[in-house]
Ligand binder design. Structure first.
Ligand code: ARG
Length: 333
């Protein structure tokens, strides 16, 4: 993910948590700790909070812990609900823990990072076909936030589920990346109600249109720069406008793709803003847009680009609404 400009998150008032330590967030002392953490799972409640372990918050702030005193919050629609959890102050362009609970990391059996995806049901992950058509023995990691901590970096660990079946779109073309979509069936269902940091993203209606007016974000662990950048440890987020397909095709024709280039309707474009884009390694990652009516909805999957984050060249995504029938026919969703 590339983001070189944009608003900086305030850096004051955050409590840092190290691996194995209790983690808290600082809140004004005159207000109650937010009750956002469901903890119906035993694993979430076994670590006891000791007052003396509390790192002091600066000024008139109190430390709010993730513990069994937090109440259970059920997502109203059952999909597309963010659940930012007090963990630590996010850095520049960093997601908050639990903010994108549908985010899935694809790993092979050696735990190598293979790409990203989105949880669309308790046993299905949506991803880009180009990330999985050549892979076997994949597993999906859910509830990940900081890849440096392989087991457990807070009271909420990530979980790994093996992929039992990979279904690639029959029209997928590994040269043009047309129809760049696949669904991964998980070996077991994940009961998302047990995990506050794991959740399902909503699916768009068939051929639903999304436009520049929608509030859309892409998240991923991809490289920070096309030339030389590195994969990211902490989940990154970038807000991007959807770009009209005709305008996108015109812009792409001005690149090395040339005047004959045709953008087929299995693609969707977003971005075209200097310094803001997905990048290498973000493939398969969801571009999500929010509406009150629908909740957070997966609109695109990172497919390709010309370099990364060059102004005027949008990133290209698999168009989930156009490819919606493939999802329905293979998963029943
Ligand atoms: N093909 C790359 C990958 O799978 C994604 C590239 C996205 N590039 C961009 N500029 N948006 O990791």
């Amino acid at each position: 993910m590339v983001l070189v400009e944009g608003p900086l998150n305030p850096s004051s008032g955050g409590a840092m948590g190290q691996r194995g330590e209790r983690v808290c967030a600082c809140f004004p002392a005159n207000q109650n700790c937010p009750k956002v953490i469901p903890s119906t799972d035993d694993a979430l409640t076994t670590r006891i909070v000791h007052e003396e372990d509390v790192g002091p918050c600066p000024g008139e702030k109190v430390c709010c812990f993730i513990d069994e005193n937090f109440s259970t919050v059920q997502p109203p629609q059952g999909c597309g609900v963010q659940n930012p959890i007090p963990y630590r102050q996010p850095g520049f362009a960093e997601a908050t823990f639990g903010e994108y609970p549908w985010m899935a990391v694809l790993l092979n059996s050696a735990d190598d990072f293979k790409g990203a995806g989105a949880l669309i049901a308790e046993d299905w992950v949506l991803t880009a076909a180009h990330k999985v058509y050549n892979e076997r023995n994949l597993k999906v990691r859910l509830g990940e936030h900081d890849r440096r901590f392989p087991q457990d970096h807070s009271t909420l660990s990530h979980i790994d589920v093996p992929v039992s079946r990979t279904i690639i779109h029959p029209g997928f073309n590994n040269k043009s990346l047309a129809n760049d979509i696949a669904v991964l069936q998980l070996q077991r269902s994940v009961n998302t109600r047990e995990f506050p940091h794991i959740g399902i993203v909503c699916l768009p209606a068939e051929r639903q249109l999304f436009e520049a007016e929608n509030a859309c974000w892409v998240t991923g662990y991809g490289k920070s720069d096309f030339d030389g950048g590195a994969l990211q440890d902490i989940l990154k987020e970038v807000d991007l406008p959807i770009v009209d397909s005709t305008a996108c095709e015109i812009r792409l024709r001005r690149t090395k793709l040339g005047e004959e280039f045709i953008l087929d309707d299995s693609f969707l474009c977003a971005g075209g803003i200097a310094g803001k884009d997905a990048c290498t390694g973000d493939g398969g990652a969801p571009l999500v847009c929010f509406s009150e009516r629908q909740g957070w909805t997966v609109v695109g999957l990172v497919a390709w680009g010309i370099g990364c984050a060059q102004g005027d060249v949008p990133g290209v995504y698999a168009n989930v609404a156009q490819l919606r029938s493939f999802i329905r026919d293979n998963t029943g969703l």
